[in-house]
Design a binder for this molecule. Structure first.
Ligand code: GAL
Length: 335
């Protein structure tokens, strides 16, 4: 009798377990019909980041229409404040986000966000502002999407080297055998400004260009700061500036604003990003070239990685992640 009761209990237990795991699966299936993605931007007024945001929103809409899966893309701006961003991430987690996409304010301070995400089991796709390796290696559910800054710099350098080989006078405006240049740098701790600065100049040297640096300074990716800096340089150094190398398009456009105001038209200005206004300036002949990252592909990579993770799946292999976690967006010269 006792044995019979034990067998019954075992059967009831097994049935209960099967039913509850069935419910769990059904719940997951149901959840997969709607995904919540929390996106935090370091600032909302950065031209390049806004281009990526627009593409991300477009991609999410197209995915919703194609698949019928509802996407709740919650985009917040951290206004350059790391605490604000940490709070946004906390809120995303408490709202039940399936995945987070984070454009760090301070790329060296990702550990607080990683801790929160790890504890809640929510994967994170960082983008554009790359956390340090030590942080990226803390969990296997951390990913990064960005451009390869050395490649941006090599391509930017190539624009200038090619121009010089085609027509040296286009760069050596006063014919003194030297190309006098100024350099506009982005934020000091940003991986893109450090590496771009180093390798753009190195590419010109490697190409054998007779360059001479007149001045350089940090304009934090910003058009107005770059414009003010250019103004100061033109006043301080009366000899002609023949080339402006800028870590991004917005600062290149700032330099052009000043050159325009002064009626100077012959200076070659090169940027990086291929933002909408940057591409327009190249087309209008105001900028001699830029390195454009494929924004559509950039956003598609962030979005598809986010969806894969939100669905509890592996990242699709066609993205060919470097070391299983880094995606580098393709870039091309526009001139
Ligand atoms: C760089 C980009 C800049 C700026 C910055 C923000 O990659 O070239 O224009 O957007 O990221 O982190």
């Amino acid at each position: 009798m006792n044995r019979l009761r034990a067998v019954w209990l075992a059967v009831v237990l097994a049935l209960t377990l099967m039913l509850s795991s069935g419910c769990e699966q059904a719940k997951q299936q149901e959840e997969k019909q709607s995904l919540r993605i929390g996106v935090s931007l370091y600032r909302g007024d950065d031209t390049f980041i806004n281009n990526i945001r627009a593409e991300l929103e477009k991609t999410a809409k197209a995915y919703e229409q194609e698949t019928g899966v509802k996407i709740k893309l919650d985009v917040q701006e951290a206004r350059g404040n790391q605490n604000t961003q940490n709070n946004q991430v906390e809120r995303f987690i408490s709202l039940g986000c399936d995945v987070l996409c984070v454009n760090m304010v301070d790329r060296t301070g990702a550990s607080a966000i990683i801790e929160k995400a790890m504890t809640a089991g929510v994967p994170v796709i960082f983008f554009n502002r790359q956390p340090v390796d030590e942080d990226m290696d803390r969990w296997d559910q951390l990913y990064y999407v960005g451009v390869d800054p050395k490649e941006s710099a090599l391509l930017q350098g190539k624009i200038v080297v090619d121009l010089y080989r085609e027509n040296p006078e286009a760069l050596d405006l006063n014919g003194d055998g030297r190309i006098s240049y100024v350099l506009l740098e982005g934020e000091p701790n940003h991986q893109d400004s450090m590496i771009r600065t180093e390798w753009s100049v190195q590419t010109l040297k490697d190409g054998g260009l007779p360059i001479e640096k007149i001045a350089g300074g940090i304009a934090n990716w910003e058009r107005s700061q770059a414009s003010a800096m250019m103004e100061q340089w033109l006043e301080k150094y009366p000899g002609p500036v023949e080339l402006v190398i800028s870590n991004n398009d917005d600062m290149a456009l700032g330099a052009i604003d000043t050159l325009d105001r002064k009626g100077i038209t012959s200076v070659c200005v090169v940027g990086i990003d291929g933002t909408a206004p940057g591409l327009e300036a190249v087309k209008a002949g105001k900028m001699c070239g830029t390195v454009s990252s494929d924004k559509e592909q950039y956003a598609r990579a962030i979005f598809s990685m986010a969806v894969d993770k939100a669905m509890g799946q592996d990242i699709r292999p066609e993205l060919e992640l470097e070391n299983g976690k880094y995606y580098r967006c393709p870039q091309a010269i526009i001139r």
